[in-house]
Design a protein around this ligand. Structure first.
Ligand code: ADP
Ligand code: GLC
Length: 474
């Protein structure tokens, strides 16, 4: 097996705030049939350390960013892990990035520079006799890995995946020394970004290849609207930039075996799941579609726009059930909206509930302003829960809009709209209600949706081919 080290700040089943964790958790299993052994380097947060009690130490460093650290080797649910046990950086309450009050940890730049530095050390010197051929970093948290590897003079091949360009790993310039960065690289052609340091920019400069999680986002990233300041740099690296779609875990997301629901093999079985879901959320049955949202509540996800467009749905007998958490103002606005008899909102994070909603709902709404890939529309396809999505990023690449032609040709799987405005979304919701009432058409959509290939196989093959190519070219 050819060795590849994945460097990530989250990974299912140990720690998750979003889709990055799902992707990091799925890639190792998906890549092994292609001859790549992926091991994963992860910070030793409390939630991670509690799963690694029996792990052995394979690297000791007396002082890294102000404290002693160890790298533990562990195996959890088949994943081969290296855990960066650095209590002064990671043994804290809160999420991977935020304190219990929801504020960024002030030393986030140091915390993730440490992760990247250790990744480079492993790639350059090996660990316990294992030396990766490819170093694959994810998002700004792993942004300095390729930089540190090059600075150490090692020739490991490097790949970096952009899951979300909105988070750019920015730190004040006076931290350069503390972050173990070379001041000589604080230039426009280096990691300097509007007078500050950006670890995302460093990754886009020093990595051999760049990927992102859908072909459309790869193109969008090269425009000012979506590149968020990095578009020029990404255009200059177009030849090395590739969009590879995310897959989903089709064992975990399988309506035929899902332990959270009365399982079903065809969309017909959804009726029971819907009845249960309506009961769980205290909604009365109507003759309109039950639409769902399962999401982080952030500006990216366009849920403020959904609130504006919502009358178009609920005034026509449609219903909304929403599960999410995040932005406090959005949480409050959504709670407010749930006073309508056709709207139910659960603020929180609940894996089991997300499965019950996916099974019981008729449609899954994803009105994102930008969406690098998106996973919930893929769960929707698998569960015969029709995606109603903005035409952007991975949402554009994974859903086939129910245009008259697509309906006639029998290939449509969902509803797409653009731009992300209340008006366009309201029209999409009205279209959804009409499609839902036309039973044969709706059932055809469901059948098409459930036939889509949403697993990892095709994309894992693309990553494997990319690793081969980049390892060869170094
Ligand atoms: P992002 O990574 O931008 O948040 P994705 O669609 O890629 O968006 O991934 C989100 C993941 O998090 C999905 O697996 C989704 O089901 C899950 N998720 C989001 N919010 C919740 C929640 N409140 N409860 C349970 N799962 C959630
Ligand atoms: C990011 C994106 C999301 C993507 C996920 C996994 O969080 O917002 O679209 O699916 O990463 O790649």
């Amino acid at each position: 097996m050819k060795p590849v080290l994945s460097v990530t700040s989250e990974c299912v089943p140990l720690i998750k705030t979003g889709g990055l964790a799902d992707v990091a958790g799925a890639l190792p299993g998906a890549l092994s049939p292609f001859g790549w052994e992926m091991r994963t380097l992860l910070p030793g947060y409390r939630q991670v350390m509690s799963r690694c009690r029996k792990a052995k130490s394979v690297m000791d460093l007396p002082d890294l960013f102000g404290g002693a650290v160890r790298v533990l080797q562990a195996k959890v649910d088949g994943l081969k892990l290296y855990v960066l046990d650095a209590p002064h950086l990671f043994d804290r309450e809160g999420t991977p990035y935020l304190d219990p009050q929801g504020r960024d940890f002030p030393d986030n730049p140091e915390r993730f520079a440490a992760l990247s530095w250790v990744a480079a050390r492993i790639a350059c010197e090996g660990i316990g006799g294992w030396t990766p051929k490819v170093l694959h970093g994810h998002d700004w948290q792993a942004g300095l890995a390729a930089y540190f590897a090059r600075k150490a003079g090692c020739e490991v091949a490097t790949v970096f995946t952009i899951h979300n360009i909105a988070f750019q790993g920015v730190a004040p310039a006076d931290r350069i020394g503390r972050l173990k960065l070379d001041r000589a690289d604080f230039t426009a052609r280096g990691f300097e970004y509007w007078g500050q340091v950006s670890t995302m920019k460093a990754a886009l400069i020093w990595s051999d290849r760049i990927t992102t999680v859908s072909p459309t986002y790869a193109a969008e990233l090269q425009t000012p609207e979506f590149g968020m300041g990095m578009e020029g740099l990404l255009r200059s690296r177009e030849a090395d930039l590739k969009g590879i779609l995310n897959g989903i875990d089709t064992d975990v997301w399988n309506p035929a075996t899902d332990p959270e629901i009365a399982s079903y093999k065809t969309a017909k079985g959804k009726a029971r799941a819907k009845t249960k879901l309506l009961k769980e959320f205290g909604l009365q049955p109507t003759d309109g579609p039950l639409c769902a949202v399962i999401s982080r509540l952030s500006h990216q996800k366009g849920l403020d726009v959904l609130l504006e467009a919502l009358p178009a749905l609920v005034d026509r007998g449609g219903q909304l059930v929403l599960l999410g958490s995040g932005d406090a103002a959005l949480e409050a606005a959504l709670r407010n909206a749930s006073s309508h008899p056709n709207v139910a909102v659960h603020i929180g994070y609940d894996e089991g509930m997300s499965h019950r909603i996916m099974a019981g709902a008729d449609a899954i709404l994803v009105p994102s302003r930008f969406e690098p890939c998106g996973l919930t529309q893929l769960y929707g396809l698998r569960y015969g829960t029709i995606p109603v999505v903005a035409m952007t990023g991975g949402l554009a690449d994974t859903v086939i809009n129910a245009s008259p032609m697509a309906l006639r040709s029998g290939v449509a799987t969902g509803v797409q709209f653009q731009p992300v405005t209340a008006h366009a979304l309201a029209s999409a919701l009205i279209r959804t209600v009409e499609l839902f009432k036309d039973k044969p058409t709706w059932e055809a959509l469901q059948r098409n949706a459930m036939r889509q290939e949403v697993g990892w196989e095709a994309s894992a093959a693309e990553y494997a081919a990319l690793y081969e190519e980049v390892a060869r070219s170094r």
